[in-house]
Structures are given as C-alpha cells and as structure tokens.
Design a protein around this ligand. Structure first.
Ligand code: FES
Ligand code: FES
Length: 173
C-alpha cells in the first residue's frame, strides 16, 4: 500500500513551488530530495546540531524536525538563496576570507543561523554571536573563525549601508 501523499505549497528562496509528499516527510528531505536543494545538510537528524537549519517565515528552524505539512504556505529560505547569480552574500564572503568553513558540513546551517542573527541584530557583540549560533555545532573550526566571520560580515554590511546612504552631493565633494 502506498503512503498517503499530500500537496504542499511553499515559497522557497522567493520561488513558489508545489510538492507532493507524505505529510510527515521531513522538510529537510523534501528540500534535498524533491526540490534538489542539497545545500542544506543532515548531521544528527535529531535537532541537536543545527546543520539542517533553514529560515521558515523569518524564524530559524531545524528542518530535520519539521514535518513538511507544517511548511504549507510558508516562506522558506535555504543557503541556496543567499548568493545572487554572481555575487556571494557578505556572510559567505566573510566565511571564505576568515576561514569560517573547513569541511563545510556545518557551514550552510551556520550561514542561515548567522543570517537570522543579523536580520534581528545588525551589529551583534561576540557574546550575542555566541548565543545566536549556540544551536549550531562545528567539529572543525573551534568556532572562533566562525564568530570572526560573522563580525566581519556585520561590519561589511554596515559599511555598505552607510556608503549607500551618503547623498550623491556628498560623494562629489
Ligand atoms: Fe537537524 Fe542536526 S540534522 S539538527
Ligand atoms: Fe567542519 Fe564545521 S567546518 S563541522
């Protein structure tokens, strides 16, 4: 007997999509298997490591714990949505520059957790970064380079925003 399937509508990285899947299938598996968005990684599969972190309606969630039924009508953001076609997101640039990524298994989840943190706090302190990324584990970097990456990305974003807000006449002086 085949498993009951249900139709789920979601917006993933700005694109509307519909998938047919068992309602209790994990969002993680729907992203990776049905939508071929394999950037989101599975670590523990139990909500402990944060490797599978994505944003759902502006909140950070462990996609290994979310039945896809709960994602009906939701806006999902995954690591694939960070970069534009030819420009990495400031966080991705900073992780590269600061050595925040080594084996890479934790990196997509770290990037999404950092995206969530910077969405609510544009200039977090080291303590706030530690707290914001507390649900994400890394076995390679010792965390410091990841924290430095977030600090660098926040500084870059703040500088870019400040530059963009200078009136044209000020640039000309
Ligand atoms: Fe989801 Fe570890 S794989 S929290
Ligand atoms: Fe390997 Fe974080 S870079 S687990």
């Amino acid at each position: 007997m085949s498993a009951i399937q249900t139709l789920i509508r979601m917006n993933v990285n700005g694109q509307s999509c519909t998938v047919q899947a068992p309602p209790m299938k994990r969002l993680l598996d729907v992203l990776r298997e049905d939508l071929r968005l394999t950037g989101t990684k599975e670590g523990c599969g139990e909500g402990e490591c944060g490797s599978c972190s994505v944003r759902m309606n502006g909140e950070l969630v462990n996609s290994c714990l979310v039945p896809v039924l709960q994602a009906e009508g939701a806006c999902i953001e995954t690591v694939e949505g960070l970069a534009t076609i030819d420009v990495l997101h400031p966080l991705q640039q900073a992780f590269l520059a600061c050595g925040g990524a080594q084996c890479g298994i934790c990196t997509p989840g770290m990037l999404m957790a950092a995206t969530q943190l910077l969405a609510i706090n544009k200039n977090p302190s080291l303590a706030e970064i530690r707290e914001g990324l507390a649900g994400n584990l890394c076995r390679c970097t010792g965390f410091i380079r990841i924290f430095e990456s977030v600090i660098a990305a926040a500084a870059q974003t703040t500088a870019t925003t400040a530059q963009a807000s200078i009136p044209e006449t000020a640039h000309a002086r």
